[in-house]
Design a protein around this ligand. Structure first.
Ligand SMILES: C[S@@+](CC[C@H](N)C(=O)[O-])C[C@H]1O[C@@H](n2cnc3c(N)ncnc32)[C@H](O)[C@@H]1O
Length: 216
């Protein structure tokens, strides 16, 4: 079992909190729609396969920003012990119903409620770009902290040219930070994480997928 600890305190940041509250409220409001639109693992299947091939059998894993639990369900089906953490109560409720044997906690990537070196792998798909850039170093430092020295982190981001609100319908409005490939590499390196494989995808939008391991 993984030991759950009280999360660290988050600093006050009124401007950022406004973005976070709006984004999470939107995920809560549109949870069913988000889950329906993102129910297939097809787009991430090759990435999940690479991840599975590079972690131990029966690994301890954390899905950071696990949403409705699609990837927790898949990784659990491969025999791993998977925890999920997210800020959206509604998406977490769906995840709990979907994968009752897994463990889901409400929490923030900036203050993960786990002991140091708890996990063999961290899976963080489409989450980091919802943070304001000044909060990204702390988030990746948290990933490094809870990852074992031999662990593997997966992080994917939506590549945007500008930061701000993006709407997918009138009631589904989320904050996205501007983030580039160079910036992601620098953020990882500054958090003592060495990228080991980076790929990109351009479909309706541009994405960067990066696997990284602790450098020290
Ligand atoms: C685009 S969704 C991705 C969900 C899931 N990883 C997937 O691939 O379907 C972004 C998720 O990040 C969560 N999230 C946003 N900010 C967060 C934060 N600071 N800490 C933890 N989760 C966060 C949202 O609630 C949402 O579930």
């Amino acid at each position: 079992m993984i030991k759950i600890i009280p999360a660290g305190l988050l600093e006050e940041d009124q401007e950022a909190d406004q973005f976070y509250r709006g984004t999470i409220a939107s995920y809560d409001r549109c949870a069913a729609r988000y889950a329906a639109l993102n129910d297939s693992i097809d787009e991430v299947k090759d990435l999940l396969t690479f991840f599975d091939e590079h972690i131990p059998c029966g690994a301890s894993l954390l899905d950071v920003g696990c949403g409705h639990g699609r990837d927790v369900e898949y990784l659990s089906s491969l025999g791993h012990l998977v925890y999920g953490v997210d800020r959206s109560e509604k998406l977490l409720g769906m995840a709990r119903d979907r994968v009752p044997k897994s463990h889901f906690l409400e929490g923030d990537v900036r203050a993960l409620p786990f002991r140091d070196r708890s996990f063999d792998g961290l899976w963080m798909n489409a989450v980091l770009h919802h943070l304001v850039p000044p909060h990204m170093p702390r988030s990746l430092a948290e990933c490094h902290r809870v990852l074992k020295p031999s662990g593997l982190l997966f992080v994917s981001v939506h590549l945007d040219d500008s930061s701000g609100w993006q709407a997918k319908g009138p009631d589904f409005v989320r904050y996205y930070a501007r983030i580039s490939g160079t910036m992601l590499t620098e953020l990882l390196q500054n958090a003592n994480l060495t990228p080991v494989r980076t790929t990109s995808r351009s479909a309706e939008s541009r994405w960067l997928h990066c696997f990284a391991r602790p450098s020290s």
